[in-house]
Ligand binder design. Sequence first.
Ligand code: DAH
Length: 332
Amino acid sequence: MLAEIESILAEARTALEAAESLPALEQTKGAYLGAEGRFTALMKRLGGVPKEERPSLGKAVNAAKVQLEAILVAAREKLELRAALPRHPTDFTLPGRRRGLGHRHPLTQVTEDIVRAFRKLGFAVADGPEVEDEYHCFDALNTPADHPARDAQDTFYLEHPTRPLLRTHTSSVQIRVLKSQPPPIRIVVPGRVFRRDNADATHNPTFQQIEGLYVDKLVTVGDLKGTVEAVFRDLLGSDVRLRFRPHYFSYTEPSFEIDFANSLVKKLGKDWLEIAGCGMVHPQVFENVGLDPEIWTGWAFGFGIERIAMIRYGVNDIRRFYENDVRFLKQF
Ligand code: DAH
């Protein structure tokens, strides 16, 4: 009977592994393990064998049954996997139907070009969080508690006892960098900023800036003007002219706004376009970060990236950059 067990097991294994479908497998299973199955018949016969042989034969039958069940599970898994696979598998190496691969967003392209121009002059890229605190966004930048920018009407605050906010400018990163590394410092910080503005042709509740910060000994306004001019000529051509108009920022003294002129601006129907704020780092800011304003000098600026992109591409509505209309985006 031992030999019989062996041969039925071998036969069943071949039959189960050969089953081509789940129903066929179930049928084969029945032929061996069902009520009328061959293996079942074998077990029934155990009762009739001599007492002395019963334990060892019983053991053999049980071992064979365990094996049969394992074979069955494996065969079922194989068939289920096969059923889950597509009949005609995709060949990912075939050429696609689309001709182009797409490209980066125009704002990303402009940002990368500005960063590249600053890198040539020895500036590194720094980064900071979009969710900021009042200290980095306002206090350390010398912006008083009653300044309108700090009003909930103008700034997105998060509902939390520590009053976190969405940064209103990339200037907050100036403080983080000044506190984390000693001068000399030459950095640019491209990034997203947020203000509670309603969207119109020139405003959007979120937009991009690029901050610049240069701190060393004996830095002058001349360095600022020369650097910014060099970058814009690199970016937008040699006919670029810049005009520095006196202005006020709490973190610079003196402060300026930069107006920009070239043939592209003319095409937009304007002589000058305001593109940035800047100035010489305020002595109070140096003190706030633990640097001696008698030793250190510096300048800083913040450009609006969309403004630069609008000039470069002749776009007259900032919202176009945020609508994700492929007919617009494809043009860049
Ligand atoms: N933070 C200003 C803004 O959001 C721009 C700016 C002005 C940045 C003067 C500066 C600066 O670094 O020195 O409009």
